[in-house]
Design a protein around this ligand. Structure first.
Ligand code: SF4
Length: 356
């Protein structure tokens, strides 16, 4: 056990798929793994936690991902679209709160594509913040327009790197397409964010190890990892939810394999367990994304049920609550835009393998 932890901390690129499967299968290693991930996070990234204020501006989606409450076939959900001026106003409020990244997230909604989004980005960039998009899959020409407008990052979780499982969960699309979108975004100069769900039906250590290898291979700048939580109005309503421990283990392994990757303590972690986000911060995570979607929209953005923070009376309370959460685990809320720290991986490989 000591050897594999040492390999993970000193030569993460040399850890094999088979070794990752073994680690994921072995609960006896968990505590050492969590401790090692926390140490690596501290060594390479320090104690700062990056804040990203998220605006979920439309819950309209043309897709039918089997696990998602926003899927087009869910007729029980009441749909909304924020206007461009509502979105920009909200982004201004985020900037005024000292949060230096605005995340624009929606279902795959053609309504704003691509020009309205470009105009919104240009206006938000005037507030001196980084802009992250999380809008789903679109043609390369759209990604270019948004990059030219000033967008910095793009979140597109791959959800599972098992092609067979991906095809089952995403009718009409393939893992290869997802990968190709991520690589296109990277080529265009975005910081990219992949990431997966943990505990999906049909997913075991073999599939989760594929996720880790995939994220390492594409060298993702961000990795959003959270448990699967079944939504009652989806075809997966009766499936079991993912486990907290395995989700923490995936966060810890991601940190060890990619020491400078930005890893959020996701809202899904906080939904699964009252201290889920705090625990994630102690197992390698270094980002929190306070929900800044205004009422009455916030409660209608239900990717999964029981989502925390949706019934707050004050829409901006999440920003202050998040700061308290960060301080409660002895960490420091960052005032920076939170780009990925570069160059450290090279240093790591160089110092560990001087002969290569
Ligand atoms: S996961 Fe995204 S693309 Fe899939 S149905 Fe939900 S919002 Fe739409």
């Amino acid at each position: 056990m000591k050897e594999i932890i040492e390999k993970l901390t000193k030569r993460p690129d040399s850890v094999t798929y088979e070794e990752l499967v073994d680690i994921l299968r072995d609960p006896a290693i968990d505590e050492d793994l969590f401790k090692a991930a926390d140490e690596v996070r501290k060594k390479y990234l320090g104690d700062e936690v990056f804040l990203r204020g998220i605006i979920e501006f439309s819950n309209v989606c043309r897709r039918n991902c089997l696990y998602c409450g926003l899927r087009a076939q869910n007729k029980k959900l009441s749909r909304y679209r924020m206007t461009p001026s509502e979105i920009v106003e909200r982004a201004k409020l985020i900037a005024q709160k000292g949060i230096k990244t605005v995340v624009l997230q929606s279902g795959e909604d053609p309504y704003y594509m691509p020009d309205a989004i470009a105009e919104i980005i240009q206006k938000i960039k005037g507030f001196d913040v980084a802009v992250t998009l999380s809008l789903g899959e679109w043609p390369e020409s759209y990604y270019r327009v948004w990059k030219d407008a000033g967008a910095d990052r793009y979140l597109m979780r791959h959800e599972t790197a098992s092609p067979a499982l991906y095809a089952k969960l995403h009718p009409g699309s393939s893992f290869e397409e997802r990968e190709s979108h991520l690589l296109t975004l990277k080529r265009l100069g975005y910081e990219i964010g992949a990431g997966c769900m943990v505990g999906l039906p049909g997913q075991g250590p073999e599939e989760l190890a594929l996720d880790l290898v995939f994220m390492r291979e594409i060298d993702t700048d961000m990795a959003g990892i959270g448990p699967f939580i079944p939504h009652p109005d989806t075809p997966l309503a009766k499936e079991k939810k993912g486990s907290l421990r395995m989700s923490l283990k995936m966060i810890a392994l991601t940190r060890l394999l990619m020491p400078t990757c930005n890893i959020p303590a996701t809202t899904a972690m906080g939904t699964l367990h009252p201290r889920g986000r705090e625990l994630a911060l102690k197992c390698g995570a270094n980002v929190i994304m306070p929900n800044m979607t205004p009422s009455p929209y916030r409660a209608k953005y239900q990717l999964y049920p029981g989502k925390i923070c949706i019934f707050e009376s004050d829409d901006t309370i999440c920003a202050s609550c998040t700061v308290r959460l960060i301080k409660s685990v002895g960490r420091i809320p960052s005032k920076s835009k939170g780009f990925r720290k570069r160059g450290i991986e090279n240093e790591l490989v160089h110092t560990q393998h001087p002969c290569q």
